[in-house]
Design a binder for this molecule. Structure first.
Ligand code: ADP
Ligand code: 5GP
Length: 226
C-alpha cells in the first residue's frame, strides 16, 4: 500500500482543569474507562485522603516533607500549592507514554497548566465548567468531602481559576457526564487530525502510483477524460 502521508504518532498531552466540584475527576475516570489509549497521570499530594479515594490510584498521598524532598530532587514536571496543600505531577513515565503513542491526561490546576504549557507548548488545555454557579455549589456540597473551611477556600480558588479560562484551548460545560465525556473525546480526536501533525507527504510516490494506476488495463480510457 502506498501511503500518501506520514503522521506524527506521538500521544497527545491533555490538561483538564476547572473549579473544584465541576466534575473533572468524574469525566476523567469515565474517559480512562472507555479509552484504552488514554493514561491518567497520578499526582502526588500532601492533602489528606478522602473517604471515597484510593491511595496510589486517586493520588500518591505523601507528607509535606516527602513532597519537598521530591521537589528538591527535580522529580516534578510542575507543582503548586492549592488550598494549603502541595500537588505535583511526577515527571516519570510521561515522556515514555507519549513516545509510545499513548495519550496522557493531567488533571491539574490553572497554575500547573501554565507551567506545563511553557515547557511543552503542544499541550492541549481543556477547561471544565459546571452549567451554573448554583450547580457548582450543589455538587461540591453533595460530594460530602469538604468542611466549611475547605469549601470556602475552594470557592475562592474557583473564582480565580475561571478568570484564567481564556488561556485554555477548549471549554467543556459539564451538564451531563455523557455529553461532557463525548466532547473531550472529540477534542482529542480533532487534535490528532491537525495538519501540523503531518511529518511527510510522499508526493513523488503518489504521482508515480497514480500514473501506474492510469496505465493499468482495467482502466477503460473511455471512462476518464484526460
Ligand atoms: P472535581 O474533580 O472537578 O472536583 P468531581 O468529579 O469530584 O469534581 O465531581 C463533584 C461532584 O459532582 C461529585 O459528587 C460527582 O459525582 C458530581 N458530578 C460530576 N459531574 C456531574 C454531572 N454532570 N451531573 C451531576 N453531578 C455530577
Ligand atoms: P483536589 O484536592 O480536589 O483533589 O484537587 C485540588 C486542585 O488541585 C484541583 O484543581 C486539581 O485539578 C489540582 N491538582 C491535582 N493534582 C495536581 C497536580 O499534580 N498539580 C497541580 N498543579 N494541580 C493539581
Amino acid at each position: 500500500m502506498n501511503k500518501i502521508i506520514k503522521q506524527n504518532e506521538r500521544g497527545a498531552l491533555i490538561i483538564i482543569s476547572g473549579p473544584s466540584g465541576s466534575g473533572k475527576g468524574t469525566i476523567v475516570e469515565e474517559l480512562v474507562k472507555r479509552n484504552k489509549n488514554i493514561w491518567l497521570s497520578i499526582s502526588c499530594t500532601s492533602r489528606t485522603i478522602r473517604h471515597n479515594e484510593t491511595p496510589n490510584k486517586s493520588y500518591y498521598f505523601i507528607t509535606q516533607e516527602e513532597f519537598l524532598q521530591k521537589l528538591d530532587k527535580g522529580e516534578f514536571l510542575e507543582y503548586n500549592q492549592y488550598n494549603g496543600n502541595y500537588y505535583g505531577t511526577p515527571k516519570v513515565n510521561i515522556e515514555e507514554k507519549l513516545q509510545a503513542g499513548i495519550d496522557v491526561i493531567l488533571e491539574i490546576d490553572v497554575n500547573g497548566a501554565r507551567q506545563v504549557k511553557a515547557k511543552l507548548p503542544e499541550t492541549i488545555c481543556v477547561f471544565v465548567l459546571p452549567p451554573s454557579i448554583e450547580e457548582l455549589k450543589k455538587r461540591l456540597i453533595g460530594r460530602g468531602t469538604e468542611t466549611r473551611e475547605t469549601l470556602l477556600g475552594r470557592f475562592k480558588a474557583a473564582y480565580q481559576e475561571i478568570n484564567e479560562i481564556t488561556t485554555y484551548n477548549y471549554v467543556v460545560v459539564n451538564d451531563t457526564i455523557e455529553e461532557a465525556v463525548k466532547k473531550v473525546e472529540s477534542i482529542i480526536s480533532s487534535e490528532k487530525s491537525r495538519v501540523d501533525r503531518i511529518e511527510e507527504v510522499y508526493l513523488a510516490n503518489t504521482e508515480e502510483k497514480l500514473h501506474e494506476l492510469l496505465m493499468e488495463q482495467e482502466f477503460n480510457k473511455e471512462d476518464i477524460k484526460l
